[in-house]
Structures are given as structure tokens and as C-alpha cells.
Design a protein. Structure first.
Length: 256
């Protein structure tokens, strides 16, 4: 718990760092969360609650919010969306508290936070698919809902496996194949990444969900993301195969 009383401006400087700058990679939804989250962070800093517990609570709130979409009405969608917004604010608070308390790395950043997002992606699309079924009576939405969850998780798994692979390869690091900081990436890469962040992350998928929920067309949402996440995973998988072949060639050349 803190003794000194910090102003909101001081807390933003400490807890949010470069959030909102062109090098932060934040989504519009994430930036909006930061406008509000710092006030909740100020309150939570007076308690002994840890960032990991905030992550866990935020995940539970998120899952409750997603559950509301099973009813297939715009009223339930709006109620669920309000909970999702609160979960997003909590997701911002855990990082802000960690920065304030100078907690770097550890189980929170390397396990609790990523696994909480894995749980969200795994369970997000099934309630929405059920809501779409209630609206349309089309059983195929369950297939697309399953595809959306599976291929999003495969995308994240592919990223993790790729990072594990290149960190074990001296040739990959030597030839600049390891990931660069966001600020050092090319304009094209930043643009592609921005599109991905605004459409395919835990915050990026929420605005389309709100629109689909209010218009009671969750079927379009589920089908769209089932196809979209498959294409994203396939593109990433293809890129990784190309890069690993290049790494193998570099390692073979070094062995000669």
C-alpha cells in the first residue's frame, strides 16, 4: 500500500508511460480504458491487492459478460458489453499497478496474463455462437464459433513456438529475425499490426461484437471471425515456415 498521495497526472506518468503515443500499439478501446482505469488504479493502490488477482477478477468479469450473449437479444448484449468494458478496465489496472510497484516479469507477465487471454479466447465464441443460433436457428454457427476459438488459440500457440524456436537459434538472432520493438518496425509492419490489434485482439474484437449484438446479427460476427482467424493463422504459419527454412539455410552456411 502507498503512503504518499499521488495526483492522477503523476500516476499517469508512472503507470501508463508511453501509452497513447505512436509507439504504444494500443487500440482505441485500450486507450479509452486508460482514461478511466487510472482512477480505479489510484483506489486499488491503497489496498494490498496484487496485479495477478486483478487479472483473475477481470477474467471472471469478462466471462460473465460473454455469457449474456447466449440470450441473443440486444438488451442482453448491451448488458454483457458493459461487463466487458469493466473487464477491459481491470485489464489495464493490473499493468498499471505492476508498473507503479515496479513489478517486472515474473509469473504475472509470463504466465497469468497470457493464460487469462487464452481462457478468454477459448470461451468467447461458444456463448456468442449459441446466441447466434437462438437468433437464426442455423446450427452451422457452432462450427464457425469453434473455428474462431481454435484458430485464434493456434495463432497464439504458433507465435509462442516461433519465439521459442528463434531464441534457440544463434543464426536467427544474428541475422535480425528476432522480434523488433514496436517503435523500430517498418511503416508497413506497423500498419498491419495496427489492423490486427484493432480487429483480432481481446479489445479489438469488442466493437464488432457490440454492433452485431445491438443489431441481433451475431451469426455474421461468428462466421466472420471463424474465417478471419483461420486466415490469420494460415498466414502466420506460412510466414513461420518460410523464416525457419531461411534459418536452416543460414545455420547450414555457418556450418560449412
Amino acid at each position: 500500500m502507498q503512503d504518499k498521495q499521488y495526483t492522477i497526472k503523476e500516476l499517469r506518468a508512472i503507470c501508463q508511460e508511453d501509452v497513447g503515443t505512436k509507439n504504444s500499439g494500443q487500440t482505441f478501446f485500450g486507450l479509452a480504458n486508460r482514461l478511466v482505469s487510472i482512477y480505479l488504479t489510484k483506489f486499488l493502490l491503497k489496498t494490498a491487492v496484487t496485479p495477478n488477482w486483478i487479472t483473475i477478477i477481470g477474467t471472471v468479469v469478462y466471462l460473465f459478460g460473454i455469457f449474456f450473449f447466449v440470450f441473443g437479444t440486444w438488451e442482453s448484449a448491451l448488458s454483457g458489453y458493459i461487463l466487458l468494458i469493466f473487464a477491459g478496465i481491470l485489464d489495464a489496472c493490473d499493468g498499471e499497478i505492476a508498473r507503479f510497484r515496479k513489478i517486472k516479469g515474473g509469473r504475472g507477465a509470463s504466465f497469468v496474463e497470457p493464460i487469462s487471454h487464452d481462457i478468454m479466447y477459448a470461451l468467447t465464441f461458444f456463448p456468442i455462437a449459441y446466441g447466434a443460433f437462438i437468433q437464426t436457428g442455423n446450427p452451422y454457427v457452432f462450427i464457425f464459433g469453434a473455428a474462431a476459438s481454435i484458430f485464434k488459440l493456434l495463432y497464439r500457440l504458433s507465435e509462442a513456438r516461433y519465439l521459442h524456436g528463434i531464441l534457440r537459434s544463434g543464426a536467427a538472432i544474428k541475422n535480425g529475425m528476432s522480434p523488433k520493438p514496436f517503435k523500430d518496425r517498418s511503416f508497413v509492419t506497423k500498419t498491419i499490426y495496427a489492423i490486427y490489434r484493432h480487429t483480432a485482439t481481446s479489445t479489438g474484437i469488442l466493437l464488432p461484437l457490440l454492433i452485431a449484438g445491438l443489431f441481433e446479427r451475431l451469426d455474421i460476427y461468428v462466421i466472420g471471425y471463424g474465417v478471419y482467424f483461420f486466415l490469420l493463422w494460415f498466414a502466420l504459419f506460412t510466414k513461420h515456415i518460410y523464416r525457419f527454412r531461411k534459418i536452416n539455410q543460414e545455420e547450414a552456411n555457418e556450418a560449412i
